[in-house]
Ligand binder design. Structure first.
Ligand code: C2O
Ligand code: CU
Length: 550
């Protein structure tokens, strides 16, 4: 394959949305940022130059980074920040089975709101898509717009003893809010031009900070053909639901009367059916046919786009996906499970000391451990056998008699700690994530594992039942994902083979929940050969503490 070199220059750039101008960190002055476009089998190096005034790291979301945690990116997990005035070159190593759409984003503080972009992995040279070659393609990157400064909001969130979730001010499609939003003019809408009769590949990325989204195009069906850099069986739908971190590839045929049609993305609110005080929950863009016709005064709006409380539409969408499971793109679901874990997702309250005074703050946790950032990065501590950075006792409860979806889960035992789970090389792992209902805060949690894709073998409402639910697992063509939602008051079961040695973060892809501690780390040990072991570190890694000034 070819080798590609990219330069990402991080610096402040001014953008005006909602009649208000702000300066924010961007890559190469663009929002969304530049696209990495390669063929499967290519090599990719990205040199990140930080010309901004605060530190940042970049993560290559969904890229397996085979044996190369060093370039994975999460702050305090595999590296520390690339400080202002310095640079760091990531070697982005794809799994040899990854094809489709992935993306990259900042992985420190809440910087990813403005620092993100798409990664397109085309079929390897000399091979084709497992569907007819599309006539064209289009990227759709869904994002969040905040009028205020995210760094200030994060400070506030951490210091105020309430649930101070900053609400987004609007959603974006390719950086534009669309024309349904107050204070936007037609110059702020993204337009996609198509030719009648042609079929296009639409690559959709949810880069929003804290929101699940529905997406639909007026009068046009979507045929899902891929998710998270894997192929799926073609599935026709009139809308999709996409969680933060996920990508969905769909085919769209321009087979309606030549005109202009709205495409729209709308937030799905899982947590509180009474909430109605959201502003600007729908972002729009326009699909327009080329040719001679009189455009409508107002393009038609997708009637199939679910409303923001439509739990049924969310639950109906989730089981639609199936792996392609073809000879070229086979499914390898682990069968003889060697490590089975049961992990609950909770919201609770913890007390801790912030700048000298004790405050109680909402905590998000996995198995009641609210993940605390270690003092220096876990990867280097693991590699160099440095003690005192983390402990290896991440708890692993068996399914027990708790009614997880009732109110009797003992939330008082939530602990702040840096606990990791260690897996032997090549173990067959099954994890059941169980949503719980503490603080009346039952809500969806999109959980993401770095360094892997996993098979989603089962999903259900209510409490997981250890006797009956595994009988319904799909071990034939389960979808392969890197991010999966644990549905509100429900569970999800997944499997993968631990064949990528290194240090890998598991976390909720709602940034507020990640900040509040809904995370853990899996350390996968080396195999017996050099080819099954973590690579040595590059010559330069951004250090965790700045050298003291001379
Ligand atoms: Cu998309 Cu840990 O990230
Ligand atoms: Cu969450």
């Amino acid at each position: 394959g070819d080798t590609h070199y990219y330069d990402f220059v991080l610096k402040e750039t001014n953008f005006t949305r909602l009649c208000s101008t702000k300066s924010m960190m961007t890559v190469n002055d663009s929002f969304p940022g530049p696209v990495i476009r390669i063929h499967r089998g290519d090599r990719v190096y990205v040199n990140v130059h930080n010309e901004d005034d605060f530190g940042v790291t970049i993560h290559w979301h969904g890229v397996k980074q085979t044996r190369n945690s060093w370039s994975d990116g999460p702050d305090h997990i595999t590296q520390c920040k690339i400080e202002p005035g310095t640079n760091f070159t990531y070697e982005v190593i794809f799994g040899n089975d990854q094809e489709g759409t992935l993306w990259w984003h900042a992985h420190s503080d809440w910087t990813r709101a403005s620092v993100h972009g798409a990664i397109v992995v085309l079929p390897a040279e000399g091979t084709t898509y497992p569907y007819p070659e599309p006539d064209g393609e289009e990227l759709i990157i869904l994002g969040t717009w905040y009028v205020g400064d995210l760094n200030e909001m994060l400070e506030e969130d951490l210091s105020i003893p309430n649930i101070t979730t900053p609400k987004s001010d609007a959603y974006t499609i390719n950086g534009q809010l669309g024309d349904l939003v107050a204070c936007s003019g037609s110059e702020t809408i993204h337009r996609w031009s198509v030719d009648y009769g042609k079929t296009y590949l639409l690559r959709i990325v949810n880069a929003a900070i804290n929101s699940e989204l529905f997406f639909a195009i007026s009068q046009h069906n979507l045929t899902i053909v891929g998710t998270d850099g894997t192929y799926t069986k073609p599935t026709v739908t009139s809308y999709i639901m996409i969680d933060p971190g996920q990508t969905i590839d769909v085919l769209v045929t321009a087979n309606q009367s030549p005109s202009q049609y709205y495409m729209a993305a709308r937030q799905f609110v899982s947590f509180d059916p009474t909430v109605t005080d959201f502003n600007n929950m729908t972002a729009t863009a326009i699909l327009q046919y080329r040719g001679n016709y009189t455009p409508p005064d107002i393009p038609s709006f997708p009637t199939t786009l679910p409303s923001f409380h439509d739990l049924d539409s969310a639950l109906r969408f989730l089981p639609l996906l199936r792996s392609l499971a073809s000879p070229e793109h086979p499914v390898n679901v682990p069968i003889d499970i060697t490590t089975r874990m049961y992990i609950t997702t909770e919201m609770s309250v913890v007390n801790f000391i912030f700048e000298g005074s004790e405050i109680s703050h909402i905590a998000a946790s996995l198995n009641n451990i609210s993940f605390m950032d270690p003092s220096s990065d876990i990867l280097l501590a693991y590699y160099r056998h440095i003690k005192g950075v983390y402990t290896t006792d991440f708890p692993d409860y068996p399914p027990s008699s708790y009614n997880f979806t009732g109110d009797d889960w003992p939330s008082s035992i939530t602990k702040l700690a840096t606990k990791v789970k260690v897996l032997n090389y090549n173990e067959s792992v099954e994890i059941i994530f169980q949503g719980t209902n503490m603080l009346d805060e039952a809500e969806d949690h999109p959980l993401h594992l770095h360094g892997y894709t996993f098979y989603v073998v089962g999903m259900g409402r209510g409490n997981f039942n250890n006797e009956t639910d595994p009988k319904w697992y799909n071990l034939v063509d389960p979808p392969e994902r890197n991010t999966i939602v644990v549905p509100k008051n429900g569970w999800v079961a997944l499997r993968f083979r631990a064949n990528n040695p290194g240090v890998w973060l598991w976390h909720c892809h709602f940034d507020k929940h990640f900040t509040w501690g809904m995370a853990t780390v899996f350390i996968v040990k080396n195999g017996k050969t050099p080819e099954t072991s973590l690579l040595p570190p590059p010559a330069y890694m951004p250090p965790c503490t700045l050298p003291s000034p001379i």
